[in-house]
Design a protein around this ligand. Structure first.
Ligand code: 5GP
Ligand code: ZN
Length: 113
């Protein structure tokens, strides 16, 4: 049994505000937005985290970034945006399904850590 929250969101078992979907990628608005636009972009295939990206699945990361470009355009982020991935305990990852935070709609703070 798959207990992954984001797999359940992708399957429609838990509601989400979808902003984009294709064969490989699903994207929805973060429940606790950190910027005017805060979208989570993830591969539909369950990959737990960035350190499990390898040659068998790295094309899905490219698919995520193709989607990010489309979503950013659709959201009107003409002046730029930030993409963040948290990996593991020290990275602050709370949901163990690989995802990219797309943040924008304001001038974001300069600090990274
Ligand atoms: P992480 O900390 O793993 O990088 O990011 C997880 C993100 O998922 C957080 O920004 C959190 O607000 C978001 N999140 C957690 N649970 C839910 C949920 O049920 N629905 C939505 N839309 N976002 C969620
Ligand atoms: Zn999952």
């Amino acid at each position: 049994m798959n207990d992954c929250l984001f797999c359940k969101i992708i399957a429609g078992e838990i509601p989400s505000t979808k902003v984009y979907e294709d064969e490989y990628v699903y994207a929805f608005r973060d429940i606790n937005p950190q910027a005017p636009v805060h979208v989570l972009v993830l591969p539909k295939e369950h990959i737990c985290c960035a350190d499990k990206i390898d040659e068998s699945n790295s094309a899905l990361v490219g698919k995520c970034f193709e989607a990010i470009a489309k979503i950013a355009a659709a959201e009107g982020l003409k002046n730029g945006y930030r993409v963040v991935n948290n990996c593991g305990e020290d990275g602050g990852q709370t949901v163990r399904h690989l995802h990219f935070h797309l943040l924008g709609g304001k001038k974001l703070p300069e600090g990274m850590a």
